[in-house]
Design a protein around this ligand. Structure first.
Ligand code: AR6
Length: 220
């Protein structure tokens, strides 16, 4: 499955209008042969889902997800990139949060980022599926509680924390799909859930895995 990729230019801000929805990708490309379908087609859901490759600090959206550590005081990887781009005030607000346990999430303002909020979550160190799934559920609970209309997830735990990329993508997509199925009214209020991928290998993995959990609406 080849999904339309919106490759950002350095320094450019990307808005949701620039990012195609999964349903649009399905219409644009020949019907793929999907193996191992894991959920029923639901066009209501696939029109709310996107994959986008790029730097999450350049995304104009209601909330971006940070893959933080339990201190919430910054680090390397995406955490470092978000703190650098948001500015010092982010660290000041994070200090007041007094950390965050693995599998949970806390939100802050986004300061100099183009997004409105940052949802910091702490993924497991190594492969603990329950903890990783809990990150996605905790983020979605904040999205719901704060009435946010759009959110961009990063590939939590798959960098420095060493989670296998395929297993992590499967857990991420399974959890988000289940949450939507179990919270239909809340899920309908969300305009877009973006899976922000950064590495080519995650592009390939999400291109393969997204249609399993969010198959093309109707005749598949
Ligand atoms: N935009 C989008 N995705 C990114 C970006 C970016 N600017 N930079 C990296 N990624 P990682 P973890 C991707 O290591 O494994 C920190 O030190 C990256 O390619 O950032 O959860 C924290 O403080 C990968 O797909 O987070 C913790 O100590 C994904 O983001 C620890 O690392 C997550 O990789 C957390 O490790």
């Amino acid at each position: 499955m080849r999904m339309q990729q919106q490759q950002q230019q350095d320094g450019d801000i990307t808005t949701l209008d620039d990012i195609p929805r999964l349903e649009e990708c399905y219409r644009q490309y020949p019907k793929p042969l999907i193996r191992e379908l894991k959920a029923a087609p639901n066009a209501d859901w696939s029109e709310r889902i996107s994959m986008w490759k790029g730097d999450i600090t350049k995304l104009e959206i209601d909330a971006v997800v940070n893959a933080a550590n339990e201190s919430l005081l910054g680090g390397g990887g995406i955490d470092g990139a978000i703190h650098r781009a948001a500015g010092k005030e982010l660290l000041e607000e994070c200090r007041k949060l007094r950390g965050c346990p693995t599998g949970e999430a806390k939100s802050t303002k986004a300061y100099k980022l183009p997004s409105k909020r940052i949802i910091h979550t702490v993924g497991p160190i190594g492969e603990i599926p329950g903890r990783l799934e809990s990150c996605y559920n905790s983020v979605l609970k904040i999205v719901k509680d704060e009435n946010l209309r759009s959110v961009a997830f990063c590939c939590i735990s798959t960098g420095i924390y060493g989670y296998d990329n395929e297993k992590a993508a499967d857990a991420a997509l399974k959890t988000v799909r289940n949450w939507m199925d179990e919270n239909v009214e809340e899920a309908r209020k969300i305009e877009r859930i973006v899976f922000c991928v950064f590495l080519d290998k995650d592009v390939q993995i999400y291109e393969k895995t997204l249609p399993r959990y969010f198959p093309m609406g109707e005749e598949q």
